[in-house]
Design a protein around this ligand. Structure first.
Ligand code: KG4
Ligand code: ZN
Length: 330
């Protein structure tokens, strides 16, 4: 069979990324231009600044991705571009660029869901992983338990009713003065503490999640007692949210009758969460998670998800594609 070369484009938040991926799983290049340093001083992503920086970066990031992959434009079979969910202005930069390239090169454009991209990151790291499996998508914008029925069919089993788990990590970090983005900083500091702070029960029944209660509880604890040990606070928060993730994931796995569980999204880079899931292997579960660089936003995962859409015939080359900021999965 002929190799299929996908050019992936990702610009949904604060990373401008372009990747070249062969047959959906072999990464030839994955260039990520992060704007973290620019947004750091504002304590979070400023949408207008993100869009402007995507505009400035996208051409050179694409050029670099082609150079690193040692290919030319004529070698690309199709373009996979994130069209949602995300910040509308940021998404529009990638979508417009992808449409222009698709038109100029006369090659198909495959609209790609960012969340499907996070799931597909696992296909790159685990070459033999195939659906069906249960995926725990934990990122700055999403917290979903999804049944991956096949490469393009998904069923949401549970989701957050309020904050995404990454948002909770970032807000906790911000209030205790760790800075932005908070997730990796909480991860690091928690290693020096112990989970000895009692936290109120905010867990819900069923498979949905809620993280705003625990976030508020941590913030209140810190405000009431600014001397409270920050490392213990981080460790207690991390253990608390991990227990919730594990409870719901195991419930969903038992309902589906599956032992195959994949983690995806930026928060799946968290070392405590990973280890806690890996511990389930002793009970016969198979646990998958992407390598760290593929956990957070990148275009290789978009190329992989787009490849599976492309081979299933789900492309759109009529140039009417628009950004959909609240695009859902499933
Ligand atoms: O997947 P991602 O790059 O963007 C979205 O699609 O939302 O996820 C970013 C989120 C941020 O909230 C960041 O703090 C969190 O992932 N994150 C982590 C870690 N690394 C990134 N959270 C906890 N522990 C980490 N090591
Ligand atoms: Zn993401």
């Amino acid at each position: 069979m002929k190799d299929i070369i996908t050019l992936g484009i990702e610009s949904s938040c604060d990373e401008t990324s372009v990747a070249v991926v062969k047959n959906g799983r072999e990464v030839l290049s994955n260039v990520i231009n992060s704007q973290i340093k620019i947004h750091e001083k504002f304590g979070g992503v400023v949408p207008e600044i993100a869009s402007r920086n995507h505009v400035e970066a996208i051409s050179s990031v694409t050029k670099q991705a082609l150079e690193e992959a040692k290919i030319e434009y004529k070698d690309i079979d199709h373009i996979a571009c994130t069209y949602g969910p995300g910040l509308v202005g940021a998404l529009l930069v990638g979508v417009s660029y992808a449409k222009a390239l698709s038109y100029a090169l006369n090659i198909p454009l495959t609209p790609t869901n960012h969340i499907e991209g996070h799931i597909a990151a696992n296909y790159i790291t685990h070459k033999k992983l195939e659906p069906p499996f249960l995926c725990v998508i934990i990122s700055g914008g999403h917290t979903h338990l999804v049944h991956i029925k096949d490469y393009t069919h998904f069923e949401i089993l549970g989701k957050t009713r309020d904050d995404a788990i990454g948002e909770a990590f970032d807000k906790v970090a911000r209030v205790i003065g760790l800075g932005y983005p908070g997730g990796p900083k909480v991860d690091k500091l928690a290693k020096e503490g112990s989970a000895n702070i009692e936290l109120p029960k905010t867990h819900m029944d069923g498979l949905d999640f809620s993280f705003s209660g625990i976030k508020t509880a941590i913030i209140n604890l810190h405000h009431k007692n600014p001397e409270i040990n920050k490392a213990d606070l981080c460790a207690s928060f991390e253990k608390y949210v991990t227990d919730i993730l594990l409870t719901n994931t195991l419930k969903a796995a038992q309902t589906l009758g599956t032992k195959k569980i994949a983690l995806a999204g930026g928060v799946s880079a968290n070392s405590y969460i990973r280890q806690s899931f890996v511990n389930l292997e002793k009970e016969g579960y198979q646990i998958y998670y992407p390598e760290p660089i593929l956990c957070t936003d990148n275009a290789a995962m978009i190329a992989s998800a787009g490849y599976y859409r492309y081979i299933s015939g789900d492309t759109k080359s009529d140039l009417t594609l628009n950004a959909i900021p609240n695009l859902k999965i499933g």
